[in-house]
Each structure stands twice: as C-alpha cells, then as structure tokens.
Design a protein around this ligand. Structure first.
Ligand SMILES: [Zn+2]
Ligand SMILES: [Zn+2]
Ligand SMILES: [Zn+2]
Ligand SMILES: [Zn+2]
Ligand SMILES: [Zn+2]
Length: 713
C-alpha cells in the first residue's frame, strides 16, 4: 500500500504536479508509525509545500525532519528557503548558519543563501522604487544669508502698504450670538459659490465680534482667494502669533508670496511648518518661494522656470518650446580646464580657445610656405593672449576684462606671485599625464576627470567674496556672517558621496590645506579647510561638473573662412589632423537643476561663454526639462546601476518604467518565465527592450506608457 502511494507520489512529483504528489505523500506520512523512516518523504512533501507557496507548512515539515535526523542539512535548507520566501531574512540566515555548522560545504544551503541574497536585492529594488528620499525634508528652512537686509527692505514696503495696520471696521454693540449666525450664513453662501455675499456676512459677523480669530482667518482666506491680498493680510496679522492656527500661518504665507514679499512669506510658512509637522503643503510652498527668489534672476529672459517638487528642484518649460530651440544659456560659477587638455591655450576665465596659427602649423612650416602664411594671415582669427600681471604665461586670458574679473573673483588668492604654494597645483597639472595610474587614482594625488583647480577656485571665490563683503563694511577681517554669505552661491549645488575621499587622495587634501593657509597669504585670505569640507566640496564638484568647450575655436573658424575662399588645396597637406579642443569642466547653477531621464528631452551644447541647453523635441509649457547623466544606449539594468552608484537614485523615467531587464521576466506583471514553465518570453517586436508573458500584458503596457518610449532601434 505504502509503496503504491510512494510510486504514484514520485511520479506526480517528477511531473511537477505538486498538489497531487503532496496528497500521496501525506497518505504515507499519516499512516507511518515510529519504526518507519519517513524523513525522505517529509523532504519531498516540504518541497511540494514550498512549490505551492505554503511556506509555513514547509517549515513545519522541515522541523520534523530536523527532529528525526539532527545531523541532516536538508531540514535546514528547506526551512531557510521557506523563511526567505516569507521575507524573514534574518531568521533564514540563522537557520542556514545552523546547517552550515553541520556541513560547511552543503550545496543546498549554499544555493539557499544565494537565493536569499537575490531576494534581498529584489526587495531592495522594489524599496528603492518607492523613493525613500524626501527632498522637502532634506531642504533647510534656515534663513538665507543676506535675508536680514532683504527683510528690512520688505518691512519698509509693508509699512508703505499699511499691511501692519488694523483693517477699517465699523464697530457695533458686541453680540456673539449674532456674530455666530452671520458666520453660519457666510459658510452657506461660500459653499454655494457666492463669495461676495459670503464676505459681506463675514464682515457683519466681525462687527459683532471683532476679537474672534476664526472670523479674521476666514475673512483673510476669502479676500486672498478674491485677489484682495493687502486687506487679507491686515486681517490675518490681527491674530496674535500664539493663537494663530497652522492654517492661518499658511494663508499668511500665501498672501505674502502673492504680494512678492518672499522673506516674510518664508518666515510665516516656517512658523506654520513648525506648528503642524504633518502638513505637506507648507514646506513645499516654502521651497518654491525660495527657489523662485534664488533662481528667478537666472531664468529671466529664458523659456524656463525653476520649481520645487517633492523630488527636489527641477526645470520646467515656462512656455511651449519648439524642437531645436535654445531653452536657456548658463554661465559657470567656476570652471577649469581639464588636465588632459591643459597644453591647449585657452582663456582661464571664460574658456575661449586661444590657439594661434603657429601653435597648430608650427613656426617652421609657416616660415617655409609663403602662400600658407598669406592664407593664415587672412583667415586665422586674431585672438590676443593677455597674461596675468603677476604670474605671466602661467595664467592667460582672452581679454583684460577676463583678467580683471578673474583677479577680483579668485585669482588674487591663486596667483603664484602672491601665493607660491599654488605652484604645487600647477605641478600636479604638469605631471598628470606622465603619472602612473593605479586603481583609478594617481599616486594619492587626484582621481577625478575634472581639474583640482575647480576645487581651488571654489575656495578662492569664497575667500575673495568674504573679503569684499568685509571691505564694504570697512572691516579688515571677514566675520562669520561674511563667510556664510560668501559661501551661499555654492549652496545651490547639491553634493552626494557615500564614502570619504580623504584616504584616497591624501596628498591633494594636504596641498589644498597648504594653498589656503600659509604664511605668504595675508591673514584675511587665510582659510582652514577641514577634512569634512574637503569631502563636501569634492562631491559637490563631482556631482555637478559639466564638460564644455569653446563652440567656435580658431581652427574651425579658419577652416570655414578658407573653404569659402577656395584655398583648400594649399592648406590641405597641413590640416590632416584636427587640433584637440581645450576642454573645460564647469559648475553651472541653472544647468545643475536639470534632472535626469534616460529619455531626455534636452541636450547640453557648448555656448559662449558656458553652455546652452537645446530642446531635442517639442516641449509643452509646464513639462519638465530633463538631460541625461549617462550613456542612454546601455540596457536598463546597467543604466539604473550607474545612476544608483553615481547619483544615488533609482531611475524612474518613462524608459526605465516601461523597459525590462530581459526575456526571463515579464516586464509588465513581473512573472518569471521559468515559473510559467517556459524558457523565455517574447520581446517587443519594435524596440526589443521589453518582454511580455502574454498579449494581455503587452497591450496593457503599451497603453500605460510603452507606446511613448518604444522606438525602432
Ligand atoms: Zn576670457
Ligand atoms: Zn597670476
Ligand atoms: Zn531611466
Ligand atoms: Zn505578464
Ligand atoms: Zn517596444
């Protein structure tokens, strides 16, 4: 009898019919007595339970196996696998460990551990998709440097408009009963959409009970809705701060924002957020006001706005933008030529290429060929090279304007004639190409694609600005407030780094510390760079630098002019090789607000000076502008891994949402091909980037969004 059940059970088991197999095995187990060895049958039944998704039953059987044979590892493997499926990873790990104590090489346990890791990874992917990152919470609501002066200015305006005065009101004999009745009438009218009459009733109610703060608040809200911001504010500020409910702080903030008084608006919203930490609208309003005043001046005259959403800053189209149109231009806050191209002459301040004809053709060639000389003379654009008055050829410019601006902004701290310690940075730049590279690092000196001068220029800019601020006030040494203010332009740039770089490039840390704090520098230029600040600036640069170069270098202008003149033949033998570009890395404040999408609608081009952002397709008003941080031709898995490692986010762009990772999983429903008894699923015939278990899934995905991103490769 038992053998009968066993045979049938094994047969069903081998054919994957776990439900029937399980029933046969149960017959054997239930009929067994103490003398029978049922551990093999229990093992098989446990596998059935597992395959059927009954993980707790599998665990029960596993425990029986362990009890029957404490030296067997299979009980532990079965139990660990079931716990994994239940998401109890820590318990699973403990069980696997017990199994490994019996046999540290057991293949089932090892596979179990591998499976658990995969499940953890998948869970991690799912969690990352939820977006644990909350931009609003991460953004500070501290007053911005320089706000104090602005606040005084706003207060003057508020006085002029009479915002702090009591609103005019005909008082009458107080009667709270009547006030209540009028208030209720007002509520009914407001509900019916009759704002004007509702307001009349509210005013009437206030005449009977002028000390009722709720009435004040409701009148303020209604007036604000009707566009009567000034009177609205008079009412809401009648409520003493201690009695102001969060919703009235919010109304006040909205009114002040509508009146274009951002510092006061921020202050009201800050108080409101503190009073009600559950309100999500206020912090968002706050950041939007802040973003508007910080970026408003940068976006003036462009086709874009900077806005703040729960994912952080982003750039939106302020109007419809046509395919190919320039959306905005951006000038670098700091820039430096990349070490790889340092030998190509270019303006240190604006990146203009200063290559002369003799740099390209060579002096000898020009001396030999008179005709070439003539053509060069006529067509090679003349760009004067202006040297620094202090360090000479070490730092060159395209114009005296660039030289003077550079000097006052940062070079007065970085000129070797003033600060000999900077020679160390020039030495790094000069040796860079010949230095041996190991493990993405040059002898503990440097490891980034941008030049360390980017960092040096940030610190030098901060120092010069702090000094200028102090001098304006007639002080020799900058105060703490001056330093905070001087650092503020760089607060626009986010920084993310998971580990410290101090240990990777210790020599550069030391050089920078010496450059900004040494005996040659006057006391007011000295600045101590802590390890923490070094890390912060390093990652700020790493996360934000954008490569760019002169869009019209002399060589291409020469070639264009010369071709028009029909002198190609004379020059051809000498112009086989294109000269190298003077490549720069810059930190651009507006460009830094562009978010990533693997389906980017803008591209970043060289502009002069700086970068220019162009639409790759039609962009509608209100749509977000997105660039790409990576090579978008990589498959989804790689793109996401790159973005996660490099920029700490899990890409949720339309492409990442509606493309899959491979044919073994349905892109739409997540079903695994193997579980479906299949080898793989067929892919989208057009793009081959998504795979579906059924036409139903394919149709659903197409409708939801695959349609938008599906392209013929
Ligand atoms: Zn220049
Ligand atoms: Zn100089
Ligand atoms: Zn993406
Ligand atoms: Zn599916
Ligand atoms: Zn497709």
């Amino acid at each position: 009898m038992t053998t009968d059940y066993l045979e049938r059970g094994l047969h069903e088991f081998e054919h994957g019919n776990f439900k029937t197999a399980k029933e046969h095995f149960t017959q054997i187990i239930d009929k067994a007595d103490d003398s029978d060895d049922i551990s093999e049958t229990l093992k098989r039944r446990a596998v059935c339970w597992h395959e059927l998704g009954h993980y707790n039953d599998a665990i029960d059987d596993a425990n029986r196996i362990i009890k029957l044979d404490p030296k067997s590892t299979s009980g532990y493997a079965i139990c660990g696998n079931a716990l994994t499926k239940l998401g109890k990873f820590e318990d699973a790990l403990n069980v696997f460990r017990l199994g490994l104590k019996i046999d540290s090489n057991d293949p089932d346990i090892k596979n179990g551990l591998k499976g658990m890791q995969m499940d953890i990874m998948e869970g991690f992917e799912k969690n990352s998709k939820e977006g644990t990152y909350d931009a609003v919470k991460m953004s500070s609501q501290e007053p911005y440097p320089g706000d104090y002066e602005l606040e005084i200015l706003e207060r003057e305006i508020m006085c002029k408009w009479g915002l702090n005065e009591f609103p005019a009101l005909d008082l009458t004999i107080p009667d709270t009963q009547k006030a209540m009745r009028e208030y209720q009438n007002a509520i009914q009218l407001k509900k019916a959409g009759n704002d004007k009459h509702a307001l009349e009733k509210l005013r009437m109610a206030l005449r009977y009970d002028p000390a009722d703060f709720t009435l004040r608040g409701e009148i303020a809200s209604l007036l604000h809705e009707m566009g009567e911001h000034r009177e609205a504010f008079q009412h809401v500020q009648c409520i003493p701060g201690d009695f102001r409910l969060p919703k009235y702080w919010k109304i006040g903030g909205k009114i002040l924002s509508a009146l274009e008084l951002p510092v006061h608006a921020e202050a009201w919203l800050r108080s409101g957020s503190k009073a009600d930490k559950t309100d999500v609208e206020m912090p968002l309003l706050f950041q939007n006001i802040r973003v508007k005043r910080l970026y408003g001046p940068l976006t003036e005259g462009t086709k874009v706005n900077v806005v703040f959403t729960q994912y952080g800053r982003s750039i939106q189209a302020a109007e419809d933008i046509k395919h190919g149109d320039a959306c905005f231009r951006d000038k670098a806050a700091v820039l430096a030529q990349t070490l790889d191209t340092i030998h190509v002459p270019a303006c240190n301040h604006c990146a203009k290429c200063l290559m002369r004809a003799e740099d390209y053709f060579g002096k000898d060639v020009l001396a030999r060929d008179a005709e070439l000389r003539k053509i060069v003379h006529r067509h090679w654009p003349v760009r004067p090279t202006i040297e620094c008055k202090g360090c000479g050829t070490q730092t060159i410019y395209c114009s005296t304007e660039c030289r003077d601006e550079s000097w006052s902004m940062y070079h007065q701290v970085l000129c070797t004639s003033v600060n000999p310690a900077v020679e160390q940075l020039h030495a790094v730049a000069a040796q860079y190409k010949t230095l041996a590279r190991d493990n993405r690092c040059w002898k503990g000196l440097w490891n980034a694609s941008y030049s360390p001068f980017v960092l040096a220029k940030i610190w030098a800019s901060v120092i010069c600005l702090a000094h200028n601020l102090a001098t304006q006030e007639g002080r020799q040494m900058p105060t703490a407030a001056d330093w905070t203010m001087a650092k503020s332009p760089f607060r626009k740039f986010i920084a993310y780094g998971s580990t410290s770089v101090i240990g990777v490039i210790p020599k550069m840390v030391q050089i920078m510390q010496e450059v900004f704090d040494n005996a040659h520098l006057p006391a007011h230029f000295r600045y101590k760079i802590t390890n923490k600040e070094f890390d912060g600036r390093y990652y700020q640069a790493s996360c934000n630098v954008q490569a760019f170069s002169d869009p019209a270098p002399p060589f291409s202008i020469f070639m264009r002019n010369m071709a028009r003149d029909g002198k190609r033949d004379v020059v051809m033998p000498y112009t086989r090789a294109e000269p190298e570009d003077a490549l720069f890395a810059g930190m651009f404040p507006l460009h830094a607000c562009l978010n990533h999408s693997c389906d980017n609608n803008v591209e970043v081009l060289d502009g002069h000076p700086g970068v220019s952002v162009k639409a790759r397709r039609q962009i509608k008003k209100g749509e977000e502008l997105c660039t790409t941080y990576i090579n978008t031709r990589m498959p989804r898995k790689e793109r996401r891994a790159w973005l996660y490692r490099g920029y700490n986010f899990w890409c949720q762009c339309p492409r990442c949402k509606y493309e899959g990772d491979g044919p073994d999983k349905c892109t739409e429903c997540g079903k695994v091909a193997k579980d479906d008894g299949r080898d793989k699923y067929p892919g989208c015939g057009k793009c081959h980037l998504a795979w579906y278990c059924s036409t139903g899934c394919q149709k659903a995905a197409w409708k939801k969004g695959h349609k938008r991103i599906c392209k013929k490769c």
